[in-house]
Design a protein around this ligand. Sequence first.
Ligand code: SAH
Length: 260
Amino acid sequence: MAHTSATATSARPGWVYLVGAGPGDPELLTIKAARLIAEADVIVYDNLVSDDILDMAAPKAERLYAGKERGNHSLPQEQINQLLVRLAREGKAVVRLKGGDPYTFGRGGEEVETLHSDGVPFEVVPGITAAAGVAAYAGIPLTHRNHAQACVFVTGHLKDGSMNLDWPGLARKRQTVVIYMGLHGLPHLCEKLMEHGLPPDWPAAIVQHGTRPTQRTVTGTLTTLPGIADAANLKAPTLIIVGSVVTLREQLRWHEEAGK
Ligand code: SAH
């Protein structure tokens, strides 16, 4: 079979590569991501991208920080979009580097829409999204024939103090729910899931810094997790996983033991 990678050429000047950096562990980068990072003239990166990954760029490559941390949007989205267009038009090979996967809660779609409408050529390189990376390193299979036949990813970002989610659709057994950006809204989330029918002792976990050396996981139930998380003083980024698959961690955990 012919080797048909359409893009195994060098990073091209005047192009933007929207690249997923994965959840933290640099070894979870794709080969394509690693190559483009090493070849880029300029890297425009988010706060979730680890230093080890930025260190893979060429010494002469320009590194531009674009944000964002909770409540501290360093560059408004529209300015990031325009920055990418400008850099490409200057003839640079631009890598736009995002944590996880660019098309999963990453606003990658918005950036590519601007590139498309401004006629800037681009490619998208998927990354391991936090749900996949964190679940693997926390010992929590997202699906399992005895537990969950479906898995839903949602954002727990609070808008006006509440979450606008499809609660009846989420509060289901035999399904795993993964909540991105949910730490702040954890009490609200647990309350709503119980209100819509999940039992008070339904398992749930929260994982800090998944796939990184500082990974920590706490587990509990919809009733106990908010208090446990509070006491654990967790630091962002954190991912919440709700479902009976969480109980498998007892046997399947491996990463947090590795360093001990
Ligand atoms: N595009 C990213 C998600 C960006 S939204 C992806 O595909 O993973 C940012 C949220 O992702 C964080 O608030 C957190 O919920 C989650 N996240 C990203 N990296 C994480 C990590 N290493 N550990 C735990 N959660 C993480």
